[in-house]
Design a protein around this ligand. Structure first.
Ligand code: HSE
Length: 427
């Protein structure tokens, strides 16, 4: 290895240029930690004519992947180009050439993480992807190193900055969904196509990765019950606020021993819950473990330099492993293949906003229905034409049953809003 270790970058966008800057700015500290210099030897780009905000020596940039993947001096490949198929192809080639891989690519890891980890192991290579979840928060290492001795039961996360920003603005300023989204795009948090943010898919990918590592189970993306924020009515934000909640897009993961529950849903969170204070584009992951109890990781979930710190920390870890002769030995391939939890295993409180006719009997009829099915109502608010209810903790199966029966009641015209409620004490 000598006194220099060569790194090849695939991609030079927001994260790639941040990686170059962190390596430059923190070179002395890194050299002290590692006893060697980290050198960006080749960088794969798509468009050689694009202006780039980084200073690199002549001959470093290339448009030919082979110049990076087949360079015998390069030990570590950093994939920050995004997309799935091409990135998968390049990473597989890197392993075959015995190069270690770091990626920030949540789409790729959510879809193919376990397969790539297996491939890495077969070639005695390292694969790290700290930057794929919650950018600047070292949550993956938090789970796989810091909390490795504990049994993690449950994770709740705000893992998408765009939607958190939108919901914060809707809640605090009464902004419309579209105005808040336009602002998030201007500020650069949203993906180029914000559909994945808004529909919850970006958060679902991150939750699949978190659940996999926390529960060592092969959680796939289809297992994540996903709902976005585009249809949230300001009325539900407002009623939620009056009842002591704040609306957040919450990723929820729970280990049920034989199965795993993972969802991403707009959730009314009690204002007393630590995640309720996470505002604007910030991310946070709240972890519940058998020994640790509750702990929360908070920070920026996106952005060039925060995300690049995660990538460069992975580079440091790989180099230390190379120095120790310990590459390819990380045990993050999932141990179990637990399926998705059944609706009768998934419990939560629920908020329901019913549209009702102006009839004195309707509240009594609705209350009786809940009583008959055995679900206590914790909060009820009657408004002209609307009935707002918060249930005790009940199963998703019970919720579906009661929703079907509610709409059959005379004077109940429909269910205008239905949200999971989390964070109430004693639930
Ligand atoms: N679009 C993502 C977000 C970027 O808003 O959180 C970081 O993955």
């Amino acid at each position: 290895m000598g006194n220099k270790i060569a790194v090849g970058l695939l991609g030079l966008g927001v994260v790639g240029s941040g990686v170059i800057r962190i390596i430059e700015d923190h070179q002395k500290k890194l050299a002290h930690q590692l006893g060697c210099e980290v050198q960006i030897k080749r960088v794969l780009i798509r468009d050689p004519n694009k202006d780039r905000n980084v200073s690199l020596q002549d001959g470093v940039l290339t448009t030919n992947p082979k110049d990076v993947l087949e360079d015998p001096d390069i030990d570590i490949i950093v994939e920050v180009m995004g997309g799935v198929d091409e990135a998968y192809e390049h990473i597989s080639q890197a392993f075959q050439a015995k190069k270690h891989v770091i990626t920030a690519n949540k789409d790729l890891i959510a879809l193919h993480g376990p397969a790539l980890e297996k491939l890495a192991g077969q070639h005695e290579c390292d694969l790290f992807y700290e930057a794929s979840v919650a950018g600047g928060i070292p949550i993956l290492r938090g789970l796989t190193d810091g909390l490795v001795s504990d049994q993690i039961h449950q994770i709740m996360g705000i893992v998408n900055g765009t939607t958190n920003y939108i919901l914060t603005k809707m809640d605090a300023d009464g902004a419309t969904f579209h105005d808040a989204l336009t602002e998030a795009q201007k500020l650069g948090f949203a993906e180029a196509d914000p559909t994945a943010d808004v529909e919850g898919l970006d958060a679902a990918r991150k939750m699949a990765i978190l659940a996999r590592l926390a529960f060592s189970s092969n959680v796939n993306l289809q297992q994540v019950d996903t709902e976005g924020i585009a249809n949230i009515a300001l009325a539900d934000l407002e009623y939620g606020k009056q009842l002591g909640y704040t609306m957040k897009l919450i990723g929820y993961a729970k280990d049920h021993d034989q199965s795993v529950e993972v969802s991403v849903q707009p959730t009314l969170l009690s204002k007393t819950h630590p995640l309720a204070e996470v505002k604007n584009e910030y991310n946070a992951v709240y972890v519940n473990g058998a020994a640790i109890g509750e702990t929360m990781f908070y920070g920026p979930g996106a952005g060039s330099l925060p995300t690049a710190t995660a990538v460069v920390s992975d580079i440091v870890e790989v180099i230390k492993n190379i120095q120790l002769g310990a590459t390819g030995r990380r045990v993050t391939v999932p141990q179990f293949n637990k399926g998705a939890a059944e609706p009768n295993q998934c419990f939560s409180q629920y908020y329901l906003r019913l549209q009702v006719g102006e009839n004195e009997e309707v509240f009594a009829a609705v209350s009786k229905l809940f009583l008959d099915i055995g679900i206590r109502l914790e909060k009820t608010v009657q408004k002209p034409g609307e009935l707002i209810l918060v249930t005790e903790s009940t199963s998703l199966e019970n919720l579906e049953q009661i929703k079907q029966q509610l709409v059959q009641l005379e004077h109940v015209n429909g269910i205008a809003g239905c949200y999971r409620v989390e964070g109430e004490e004693g639930q």
